[in-house]
Ligand binder design. Structure first.
Ligand SMILES: [Zn+2]
Length: 103
């Protein structure tokens, strides 16, 4: 399966490079979703519009795995007025997805 990366003003604002990550719960190992990370730096927030294939419901207030471990809390990133989860850094494991299409 190939996955298409989104390209828009948010990506451009971050320098135009993106990578696709697989996000999982650090405590139980459950895979939560795929996430397109735009630009350099560490992952501190996950914007709702960059989350794909979630295996748990993405509620509006918090991100939890099916075991109930808290992975993030919903915020509005004020600079862009953009809904996101602020991640509990040590609760989340990130790994790179290999098959991505670059545009
Ligand atoms: Zn968990």
């Amino acid at each position: 399966m190939s996955l298409k990366l989104k390209s828009d003003k948010y990506k451009k604002a971050r320098g135009g490079s993106s990578k696709l990550l697989e996000i999982s719960c650090a405590e139980c190992g459950e895979i939560i979703c795929d996430y397109q990370k735009d630009g350099p730096g560490s992952l501190k927030r996950m914007y709702f519009d960059r989350i794909s294939n979630p295996v748990v419901s993405i509620s509006e207030k918090s991100l939890k795995c099916s075991q109930g471990h808290l992975l993030g809390v919903a915020i509005i990133y004020k600079k862009e007025n953009r809904p996101a989860f602020r991640l509990v850094i040590e609760a989340v494991t990130k790994s790179y997805k290999k098959k991505t299409l670059q545009f």
